[in-house]
Design a protein around this ligand. Structure first.
Ligand code: FES
Length: 113
């Protein structure tokens, strides 16, 4: 993969949010769309992803990038997926060491059109 191609991936663009404080917690490493992301113990998936990426996820309804909406597990705007296809609400799921997350609906779960 070329460096130019990497610049167009959300994980390599300017993060949507940045941390102002609480950098002293234990680091936790997860993988997001194949890229390693280091966040902090107690972070939600949403926090870990939007402090490392230009978006939380890509909408499965083709209406563009999403960043969550309610942030309290009510709106379903923050779905992400594990490698095995389990769907998680990023705003209410705490990160764990070694998690592997996909931010687009896995193709094997998308109905054929
Ligand atoms: S942002 Fe609304 S359910 Fe997660």
């Amino acid at each position: 993969m070329s460096a130019q191609h990497l610049l167009h991936r959300p994980l390599f663009q300017r993060p949507l949010l940045h941390r102002l404080d609480e950098r002293a917690r234990l680091p936790v490493r997860i993988t997001v769309d194949g890229a390693q992301v280091t966040a902090f113990a107690g972070d939600t998936l949403l926090t870990a992803i939007v402090t490392a990426s230009a978006r939380l996820r890509q909408s499965e309804f083709a209406d563009g990038p999403r960043a969550g909406f309610c942030l309290m597990a009510a709106c379903q705007d923050c779905w992400v997926w594990t490698g095995s296809g389990e769907r998680l609400r990023a705003c209410s799921t705490e990160i764990a060491e070694g998690m592997s997350i996909l931010t687009t609906n896995p193709p094997w779960l998308t109905p054929a059109s």
